[in-house]
Write a protein that binds this ligand. Structure first.
Ligand code: PEP
Length: 235
């Protein structure tokens, strides 16, 4: 099971360092059989810890250059970062990243051997049209993406469930992950209003290999509580 925390534009550099230190200590004590990823804002990037892989929420597909406001490969390498989130709906919809650009970004970081958490998800009006429309929409978001890349992790995040407190229903997650599983052998995460109160039922769904968590990951105790909720009992 993979637990990924997306801080978005939350937490400072100092706050992130404190968070990672506390979480690392908790994970060292717990020894959960989980993979833990944390994506802080760019200003708060730091090397991964013993128990936590630190990843970038975004980076430009270039080593360095004239891309005002962006960071690239050399800025990530300074911290030993080799994990990146690509395709989050906020970058697609608010920052206007096109499928073509996302595919370019993916190819650039794939070539450099990065672990890539690649996000896809449908808006509400597509979900309301049913499973077939959802599948069609999601597969379009994979155009230009190498589904066989060995360091690929896919995150299914229905846009209408992100930050709304309203997670997708178990049947919706199950049918969508089953659809994605037809062509994706890599881990598939669910994201969208995952929290301590619904993690158990979500984690139990077939083909859910982990979760990508926004709001409920911002407090270390809340993120850790989700792991505790699904951890195998100690013997
Ligand atoms: C996200 O932004 O990736 C996310 C899943 O957010 P939230 O958990 O707040 O819905």
């Amino acid at each position: 099971m993979i637990f990924a925390a997306n801080f978005k534009m939350h937490h400072t550099r100092a706050g992130t360092a404190e968070y990672l230190k506390e979480l690392d200590t908790l994970l060292a004590q717990a020894e959960f059989p989980f993979k833990t990823l944390v994506f802080p804002p760019a200003t708060a990037l730091q090397p991964s810890t013993d128990w936590i892989t630190v990843g970038a929420q975004n980076a430009y597909p270039a080593e360095q250059g004239a891309y005002t406001g962006e960071i690239g490969l050399s800025q990530l390498e300074e911290f030993g970062i080799d994990t990146i989130l690509i395709g989050h709906s906020e970058r697609r919809n608010i920052l206007g990243e096109s499928q073509e650009f996302l595919a370019e970004k993916f190819a650039f970081y794939q070539e450099r051997g990065f672990q890539i958490v690649y996000c896809v998800g449908e808006p509400l009006e597509v979900r309301q049209q049913g499973d077939e429309a959802v599948a069609e929409h999601l597969w379009e978001q994979f155009v230009g993406i190498d589904l066989d890349y060995e360091r690929l992790i896919v995150a299914y995040e229905p846009v209408w469930a992100i930050g709304t407190g309203r997670a997708a229903k178990v049947e919706e997650i199950a049918s969508t992950h089953a659809e994605l599983r037809r062509r994706i052998a890599r881990p598939i995460l669910y994201g969208g209003s995952v929290k301590p109160t619904n993690i158990r039922e979500i984690a139990a769904i077939a083909d859910v290999d982990g979760v990508l968590v926004g709001s409920a990951s911002l407090e270390v105790r809340s993120f850790f509580a989700m792991m505790e909720a699904v951890a195998p009992p100690q013997v």
